[in-house]
Ligand binder design. Structure first.
Ligand code: LFR
Length: 482
């Protein structure tokens, strides 16, 4: 029979990919995961119907184009696509009516309608009570606040973005648990919907479809989808850590228990993996989240500003005719002396798009310092601010969870940013291991491969495979720190 391979649909805030993942036997007992990108497409928020939204119809067309490409590549190599796994960013959803139609293009979490929704929700549910059950970090864009802005929720269901894609592929409505944990309506201890909160907020009890766990099968392809992409209708869609961060954390190549991770991309997700949530007041005040990971773990982390700050600057500089090539920017930034001005990368002031360089300079002015209107200086300020933020978050997580770490794993796009990794080692005083850059897709494929029986074991085994599948880079803290 044809060899079984896996298709990963992995969509981030700025781009998406469809990837074929294969488990390969290496020399000796070495096995590794090989990833082949078969389709890439841009993503981004669009101004539509009076808000910042995702052009979901276009995204879904790209998913289908990617699955067709995957089918073609696999067929040529005499491979069979065993299953499809989907991960995207969290918190956002599409509303689907009884006929299964999407009633509007989904809002982006960057739309500022959420701001006004916070107070009314907190009037009905005290933030301390919300946190004690959900353990979710307060972010104005958490699903619970977004839902409070909706006018008509009767007769519709809310499907989180990966679940919406899975529904359109299979006709089956489920909510994958790692992503459900970012809604603000999920009980962190019970691992179930916090139905009391739905009621308290006047939301329909069945607003979300039932939960499904990573590794479980959502369903098989609808006949018309199968025909359109050229795959057998028996092809499964398998739930993975559908929250991209959950997939990325599953592929952190940690060999020891005492590690911190930074999933570094548009956002920086900085924290620890725990077995039990930390729901204390101190944890709430420090704004740490307890999101669910693969295999029922807790992703105890802070969602912090990330490389969005830089990519938004690059967008502005490109429009102004400056060079925006990343390596050149980072080299120029690295040549500047340490100790320059810093911003708080977490400030909600940076969430919306638009003229980021000037907003960063204004934030620095607000601290009483000055930042030159120069791409190298602004890039350095972003890197110094992120590294300082990471160090602060890791120290706080160690204290709040009473769990100390001696190594920091950086995965995702930021793992290729040598300046940021070195500054992170310097600021934390800990070893930094950088890579894999493709942690999200790797985590997606590994969970599918385990569900298919090609890989066995727990997260430790998945992690060792992830580590063996990519070149890792090591950074040690500057001597001055020691
Ligand atoms: C990262 C991420 C974060 C989430 C943010 C918004 O891509 O999924 O974990 O807080 O996007 O959904």
């Amino acid at each position: 029979p044809a060899r079984g391979v896996f298709a990963a649909v992995d969509i981030g805030a700025s781009s998406g990919r469809v990837i074929l993942g294969r488990i390969k036997d290496g020399p000796g007992k070495d096995r590794r995961v090989e990833l082949e990108v078969v389709h890439r497409f841009p993503n981004g928020v669009v101004e539509l119907d009076g808000g910042l939204r995702w052009d979901f119809d276009a995204l879904f067309d790209e998913v289908l184009a990617g699955l067709s490409a995957a089918a073609t590549v696999a067929a040529v190599q005499d491979e069979e696509i065993t299953s499809i796994g989907i991960d995207t960013w969290a918190v956002d959803y599409g509303l689907v009516n009884a006929a299964g139609e999407l009633v509007a293009q989904p809002f982006s979490y960057r739309d500022d309608r959420n701001h006004a929704a916070v107070a009314p929700v907190h009037q009905k549910l005290d933030p301390a009570r919300l946190y004690a059950t959900t353990g979710l970090q307060f972010l104005q864009f958490n699903t619970v606040y977004q839902l409070a802005t909706e006018r008509a929720l009767n007769g519709v269901q809310a499907l989180l973005i990966p679940d919406l894609i899975a529904f359109l592929l299979t006709g089956i409505r489920r909510t994958e648990a790692t992503n459900a944990s970012t809604t603000g309506l999920f009980d962190a201890v019970a691992g179930e919907w916090a139905t009391g909160f739905l009621t308290a907020l006047g939301l329909p009890r069945k607003l979300f479809p039932p939960l499904i766990q990573p590794g479980d099968t959502v369903g098989t392809l609808l006949p018309e989808i199968a025909a359109r992409v050229g795959l057998p209708a028996s092809t499964k869609v398998v739930a993975v850590g559908s929250h991209d961060t959950a997939s990325a954390v599953a592929a952190v190549p940690a060999q020891e228990e005492n590690f911190a991770y930074i999933s570094s991309g548009t956002w920086s997700l900085v924290g620890l993996e725990l077995r039990h949530p930390v729901l204390t007041d101190a944890s709430r005040e420090a704004n740490f989240t307890n999101e669910r990971g693969v295999d029922g773990t807790i992703r105890y982390l802070r969602n912090m500003g990330g490389l969005w700050l830089l990519s938004e600057c690059q967008r502005t500089w490109a429009a102004e005719g400056f060079t925006t090539e990343l390596t050149a920017l980072l080299t120029a930034a690295a040549a500047l002396p340490p100790g320059g001005p810093k911003i708080n990368p977490d400030d909600s002031y940076f969430i919306a798009p638009d003229n980021m360089p000037e907003r960063i300079r204004a934030a620095v002015r607000g601290t009483g310092e000055l930042l030159a209107d120069d791409p190298a200086a602004i890039t350095r300020c972003i890197m110094d601010s992120l590294a300082a933020g990471y160090a602060k978050a890791i120290t706080a997580a160690e204290r709040l969870a009473d769990h100390s770490v001696d190594v920091v794993h950086v995965v995702g796009g930021g793992s290729q940013n040598g300046l940021l990794c070195q500054l992170t080692a310097d600021a934390t005083g800990k070893r930094v291991v950088a890579g894999p850059v493709e942690a999200t897709a790797l985590g997606n494929v590994l969970v599918q491969a385990r569900a298919a029986g090609q890989v066995s074991g727990g997260l430790a085994e998945l992690r060792s495979l992830a580590g063996g599948s990519s070149a890792l880079q090591h950074f040690t803290p500057a001597l001055s720190r020691l």
